[in-house]
Design a protein around this ligand. Structure first.
Ligand code: ARG
Length: 484
């Protein structure tokens, strides 16, 4: 190896020092994120090379020992290099001499980087899933407390029908359950090993790709070597899943901004800010930032689709600019999820204000139309009658007058006064809507049971994946320890 004073890495050598574009070419700083992943990949690869008799045991041991030293020194201590893969190899060779150069037998940085990204992204996706699951737990706990807390429900931001805080919160739990599914689904396609694809065209060495996958805790191997080295669709779908999650959160955040404005919810001071000039202000800034985080996710998704579109087979350096968009999106959205969960967990729902507001804007009108339809009036006619009443008021008298006009008979001819008064009462209105998935406390408590079970099932799915990764780390460490 030719070495210019502490500069040239194993890949650049003298001819391709990088010149003025050196910094532009290098991903070393950003690669800090995959430093640990690269060490894991190096170890698994070296153990496999040794097991297959591709390199001898002494060389494997020396390299594995050097890797431990490189890890202990940390990413910041790496020699300069085009990327973390080259820098670690350079460091290994600095530690053990030329034999360190056997580490890169039967692989390329192309399959190496693809493996490192997948290895690291698994951890990030699992951490994100954990946060989403915790948010769902917060929502189910609060929903349990609020199955009878009546609140106004809106469509077009106009008073629509009364519902409960429990039903409202569970609506977000349902959405987050699908976000969890999408993330776990994306995870299962991240969880495939490209290592052994080499540059894209395989290798003449008798490698064992399954074994490397096992040592890295990957569920399977990506077979076609050209696909394995080039594929980045896992970044697209992970970022899309994260973007969908951030869209869910942005709706929740927007609701909380609007509800704070109307006094329907009181965010804790921990999740609010004040103004530098207006002393009376308490602003829902955290929720505005959560709402804004969806911009980070969609930006990342758009960047990925743009970078990847039209890339020819096989490896192209554009790919070096791709994965950070996924990492950045995951970071932004995971943090936003945590904050949203904290804000919801600590918020107060003022029951009296909510109950009063729940009846405003003739929000029980639909229930009166439903009552008449149950008494045999065609729903459309009932709708017309109640709409007419709504022009003059929202009380029994207005409805009775409208009945005379539209039905040609008093309201009493169709429904008891008590039943009409009950339909007009926000609380009774909620209790009456007990269809599957509806807001009646009884319906919500059934939904809650199912939600709690679904959260447990997802948590187990998460733990199974975590354990697979942790178990592989143990096997790898045992294999390393056996040699060093
Ligand atoms: N740092 C590169 C990346 O992230 C590694 C692969 C370099 N391979 C190459 N053929 N230049 O994509």
């Amino acid at each position: 190896m030719s070495e210019e004073e502490g500069s040239d890495d194993v890949v650049r050598r003298e001819r391709f020092s990088g010149g003025p574009a050196r910094g532009f070419l290098s991903s070393l700083a950003a690669d800090e994120r995959i430093f640990e992943a690269d060490l894991a990949v190096d170890r698994a690869h070296v153990v496999m090379l040794d097991e297959q008799g591709i390199i001898d045991g002494d060389d494997a041991a020396a390299i594995l020992e050097a890797l431990d030293d490189v890890e202990a020194a940390g990413h910041d201590a790496l020699p300069d290099g085009e990327d973390v893969h080259a820098a670690i190899e350079t460091a290994v060779i600095e530690h053990v001499g030329e034999r360190g150069g056997r580490m890169h037998t039967a692989r390329s940085r192309n399959d190496e980087v693809a493996t490192c990204i997948r290895y690291r992204l698994r951890e990030d996706v699992l951490a994100t899933v954990k946060t989403v699951i915790e948010t769902r737990e917060v929502l189910t706990e609060l929903a349990t407390e609020h199955t009878e807390t009546v609140m106004p429900g809106f469509t077009h931001l106009q008073p629509a029908q009364p519902t409960t805080v429990g039903h409202y919160l569970l609506s977000y739990e349902s959405a987050l359950a699908r976000d969890t599914e999408r993330l776990l689904d994306a995870y299962d396609r991240i969880d495939r090993s490209p290592l052994g694809a080499a540059a894209f065209a395989g290798t003449p060495f008798d490698i064992d790709r399954e074994r490397v996958a096992e040592l890295l805790g990957f569920e399977s191997v990506l077979e076609n070597s050209m696909d394995a080295a080039s594929a980045r669709d896992f970044l697209v779908e992970t970022t899309a899943a994260v973007a969908a999650l951030s869209t869910t959160l942005s709706g929740l955040a927007e609701d909380l901004v609007v509800f704070s404005n109307k006094g329907f919810v009181e965010l804790s001071d921990d999740y609010s800010s004040t103004s530098s000039i207006m002393p009376q202000k308490k602003n829902p800034d955290t929720m505005e930032l959560v709402r804004g985080a969806s911009g980070d996710a969609s930006a990342g998704l758009n960047a990925l689709l743009t970078i990847l579109k039209g890339l020819p087979r096989a490896y192209n350096r554009d790919l070096q600019r791709a994965h950070n968009h996924a990492f950045d999106a995951v970071d932004a959205v995971r943090e936003a999820t945590e904050v949203a969960a904290g804000a919801v967990a600590t918020a107060e729902w003022p029951a009296e204000t909510l109950a009063t507001a729940a009846g405003e804007g003739f929000s029980t009108a639909t229930g009166v139309a439903d009552l008449l339809a149950m008494a045999g009036v065609p729903f459309r006619t009932a709708h017309e009658m109640v709409a007419l009443a709504a022009e003059s008021g929202s009380d029994y008298e207005a409805l009775d007058a409208a009945a005379q006009e539209v039905l040609g008979e008093p309201l009493e001819a169709r429904a008891d006064r008590d039943a009409v008064e009950a339909a007009l009462d926000p609380e009774e209105s909620v209790v009456s809507r007990d269809s599957f998935g509806g807001p009646a406390p009884e319906a919500v408590s059934g939904a809650l049971d199912r939600a709690v079970t679904a959260v447990e099932v997802d948590d187990e799915a998460l733990e199974a994946r975590r354990e697979a990764v942790a178990e592989a780390a143990e096997w790898r460490r045992e294999e390393v320890n056996r040699r060093v």
